[in-house]
Design a protein around this ligand. Structure first.
Ligand code: 5AD
Ligand code: FES
Length: 353
């Protein structure tokens, strides 16, 4: 196994058998895989972990994804949306706490017209020209993405969820398509965003074959960020009875992704911290280099319920940041609140033009 891992670190390539072997890896060998991934992360980013302030702007969603607690058919969900003023005040608080990246994430909520999104982005970027704005608002047209970009948005997160056609259609109702999801991601890249894709680990019907497709897709897309976390069932969704994804496999995949994409921005997600109380620390030790503390007003946090038992829903922004900082320091890392762009981003942009 050590040989396989060493070869993988050199070639950054995996065939199906090698992926199979890694997904079945023993504890002892996983320790070695983690160590190799961690070394790469440290070589690129030092012992610094980038912090992103997450603002969950709305839990209204027009979509009906079977796994998600915010799906429109969930009649038990308590819905909220933040006004532009409330979003700006979260950014103010975040800036004061030192954050230099704000992630505006929400369901696909038509209340936020393009004009409104652009005006929020412009206001944040004008007030804080040292900050990056990341949007995570779902599938939009090329024109909308372009308008957000021209207003100053720097990055966009849109998990592809699975790159396997049949699997995609088991996770989503028929009005959604993998083609459109991919179209969005390639549009975002073309426009010039730093782009993030990603999957849930252990989502219902995920197999080694679908994970192999995910890796192939990522090699083609060449994302700047990859968000992965375990699937965690939500009681008011059609997937309520499915088993949660495993922390173990999530950690193995984080290491695989770190080795394949040495410079990618790779968060240890809230879902990982929910599945395992030490999940985020373990994620960092497996090669992750980003954490996203919650900046949403405490009054709405519980309502942004993608899955059951989500952590960090009772804490003020400052508490959440301090808690994460303590956790990071305890494993020998330090927080870095700077913008934390993708390492070669400017050059990549320059080369394209
Ligand atoms: N478990 C884990 N992650 C989930 N997401 C949505 N529902 C769940 C769930 N039940 C993730 C999806 C989505 C992101 C915003 O949250 O991958 O893209
Ligand atoms: Fe949010 Fe600990 S990380 S409260």
């Amino acid at each position: 196994m050590k040989k396989l891992i060493d070869k993988f670190c050199e070639t950054k390539k995996l065939n199906k058998d090698e992926l199979h072997a890694l997904l079945e890896i023993s504890h002892k060998d996983r320790e070695y895989l983690s160590q190799r991934a961690r070394e790469i992360s440290i070589k690129t980013f030092g012992n610094k972990i980038y912090l992103r302030g997450l603002i969950e702007i709305s839990c209204f969603c027009k979509n009906d994804c079977y796994y998600c607690g915010l799906r429109r058919s969930n009649k038990n969900a308590e819905r909220y949306r933040l006004t532009p003023e409330e979003i700006l005040s979260c950014a103010d608080k975040g800036h004061e706490l030192g954050f230099r990246t704000f992630v505006l994430q929400g369901g696909e909520d038509a209340w936020y017209t393009d004009d409104i999104v652009c005006s929020i982005v412009e206001k944040i970027k004008t007030k804080y020209d040292d900050c990056a704005v990341t949007l995570s608002l779902g599938e939009k047209s090329y024109e909308s993405y372009k308008r957000y970009y021209d207003s100053g948005a720097d990055r966009y997160l849109l998990r592809h969820e699975t790159a396997d056609e049949a699997h995609y259609s088991k996770l989503h109702p028929s009005e959604m398509s993998l083609d459109n999801r991919k179209r969005c991601l390639y549009d975002l890249k073309e426009i010039g965003y730093q782009v993030g894709c990603g999957i849930m680990v252990g989502s219902p019907w995920q197999t080694e074959a679908t994970i192999y497709e995910d890796i192939r897709f990522m090699k083609d897309l060449r994302p700047h960020m990859i968000g992965i976390g375990p699937f965690i069932h939500h009681k008011d969704t059609p997937f309520a009875e499915f088993e949660n994804g495993s922390t173990y496999t999530t950690l193995v995949l984080l290491s695989i992704l770190r080795i394949m994409f040495p410079k990618v921005l790779l968060p240890a997600t809230t879902a990982l911290g929910t599945a395992d109380p030490m999940g985020r620390e373990k994620g960092i030790l497996a090669g992750a280099n980003v954490l996203m503390p919650n900046l949403s007003p405490v009054s709405v946090r519980k309502k942004y319920s993608l899955y059951d038992n989500k952590i960090c829903t009772g804490e003020e922004a400052a508490e959440c940041k301090n808690c994460l900082e303590r956790r990071i320091n305890s494993i020998g890392y330090e927080v870095d609140s700077s913008r934390g762009d993708y390492p070669d981003f400017r050059r990549e942009k320059h080369e394209r033009n």
